[in-house]
Design a protein around this ligand. Structure first.
Ligand SMILES: Cc1cc2nc3c(=O)[nH]c(=O)nc-3n(C[C@H](O)[C@H](O)[C@H](O)COP(=O)(O)OP(=O)(O)OC[C@H]3O[C@@H](n4cnc5c(N)ncnc54)[C@H](O)[C@@H]3O)c2cc1C
Length: 414
């Protein structure tokens, strides 16, 4: 769509937050445009058909805290089937190199770690979550691996207070046709200017002047929803500068999680929705979802510094690592039976530069700083601004709705 020259509200970014804001304002009587750098909506929610029979969510896949997840109702309204199969994360297919007794021992150690973290958070003094590891515990590397999946980062860079603020109801569902596909359908009614990158938000005058790769736009108000790393490194700039926002974004960096999907020959020999951990005694390893939804594929998941190393190693490195780990667990026959289909590289993605936010130790309060409006004209949303569902797609969407309500309230005050 062409870039309008004047609107009441410009929304920067068409991810879950931007679309949530736009949908919440659709009957407000305000004129709107969503300005999006990519050639598609959804941002970190993106579903592709990796093969004719393999749907692959390159970004978000799980409806976390599904009993409180606003996308569940939206899926119902849009006729997207929800799969309520329990996630297999605590299992290990064929007990491969991880027998049940060892698994129970690990789960006890993990639960004890979370108990210690909860207690530490109650003290009110923040510190790195790694301080809650029991010195010398043999499961520490693997607890750290879980953190790389959950936080996108090792525990030494994760705030205990922030980790504790996250509300996990332990109910996780999936969207059969893909979470990204659901987001795209949810955003379909919105007016979105695609392939339009915002470079500067000038709020020095009576109206907000937004410089983009396709010209300048004037808006009464703007809602900014871009990922924190882009605010932190000022690839999107403000005039006058907003140092408090840049500092808050720096306290909430995006950790890294990457995914790969591998086509599987003779899929019946593996359990539907099974799980494999690539290793047990180290942090640098993949987690594998066997035949998600019964599809003929295996999905691999890597996080933290190891994911970064694999991205840096170039195209195909995630797939190669996944195949090696699965072969080591299930046998050499699997080298021939797996074929790379698609993989993500979220750190190298110029409009994400990472996967989801975590607070650095001492920075849990930055979420509220980032979320706060400026002068009743600039509003901030995005997963990193969510007080309790940060790092998730529904947290992002809800934050967009929150920012939309702030816009309406600020309008009523004038
Ligand atoms: C591998 C991976 C797995 C994940 N798994 C899950 C999961 O299972 N469940 C879950 O709930 N969440 C998951 N997430 C996180 C979830 O995807 C995000 O938290 C959520 O989608 C973020 O939405 P957002 O609107 O805040 O940001 P984004 O989706 O990043 O949207 C911001 C938008 O702004 C655009 N933009 C950036 N810069 C500019 C600019 N200068 N001008 C214009 N537009 C710009 C971007 O292109 C993007 O579309 C996962 C993420 C990844 C990467």
């Amino acid at each position: 769509m062409p870039l309008a020259s004047e609107v009441d509200v410009a929304i920067i970014g068409a991810g879950a937050a931007g679309l949530g804001a736009a949908r919440a304002l659709e009957h407000s009587g305000l004129s709107l445009i969503v300005v999006e750098a990519r050639d598609r909506v959804g941002g970190r929610g993106h579903t592709i058909m990796a093969a004719p029979d393999v749907t692959f969510d390159v970004g978000c896949g799980w409806l976390h805290s599904a009993d409180r997840n606003s996308f569940v109702q939206i899926a119902g309204r849009l006729n997207f089937e929800i799969d309520k199969t329990r996630p297999p994360w605590r299992e290990q297919g064929f007990d491969a190199a991880f027998p049940p007794k060892e698994r129970l021992d690990f789960i006890d150690a993990l639960d004890a770690f979370y108990d210690r973290a909860e207690e530490a958070a109650r003290s009110g003094r923040d510190s790195p979550a790694s301080a809650c590891l029991e010195p010398g515990n043999r499961w520490n590397p693997m607890i750290n691996a879980i953190s790389t999946y959950v936080n996108g980062s090792e525990l030494d860079r994760v705030s205990i207070s922030d980790m504790d603020a996250y509300e996990d109801t332990n109910i996780n569902w999936r969207v059969r046709r893909g979470y990204g596909a659901l987001m795209a359908a949810y955003g379909a009614p919105c007016s979105v200017a695609l392939k339009t990158q915002v470079t500067l938000i000038d709020h020095s005058g009576p109206r907000v002047r937004i410089e983009t790769s396709r010209g300048t736009l004037s808006a009464a108000k703007a809602i900014v929803t871009v990922p924190t790393n882009l605010i932190a490194d000022e690839s999107i700039r403000f005039h006058p500068k907003l140092p408090a926002k840049v500092d808050a974004a720096r306290g909430l960096p995006l950790g890294l999680a990457d995914k790969v999907t591998l086509a599987l020959d003779q899929p019946e020999s593996l359990p539907k929705d099974g799980n494999l951990r690539g290793a047990t005694m180290r942090t640098a390893m993949g987690g594998y979802h066997l035949r998600p939804f019964g599809q003929p594929c295996i999905e691999g998941f890597f996080g933290g510094r190891f994911a970064r190393e694999l991205e840096d190693a170039g195209d195909g490195a995630l797939a190669a690592q996944a195949i090696d780990e699965i072969v080591a667990l299930l046998g050499s026959d699997y080298r021939r039976r797996q074929k790379p289909l698609a993989e993500s590289r979220w750190a190298l993605d110029p409009f994400a530069r990472g996967s989801y936010s975590h607070a650095l130790p001492g920075h849990a309060g930055d979420r509220a700083v980032l979320a706060a409006p400026v002068d009743g004209r600039l509003f901030f949303a995005g997963e990193a601004t969510s007080p309790n569902f940060f790092s998730t797609a529904h947290g992002a969407r809800d934050s967009g709705e929150r920012a939309a309500l702030e816009v309406v309230a600020s309008d009523a005050k004038r």
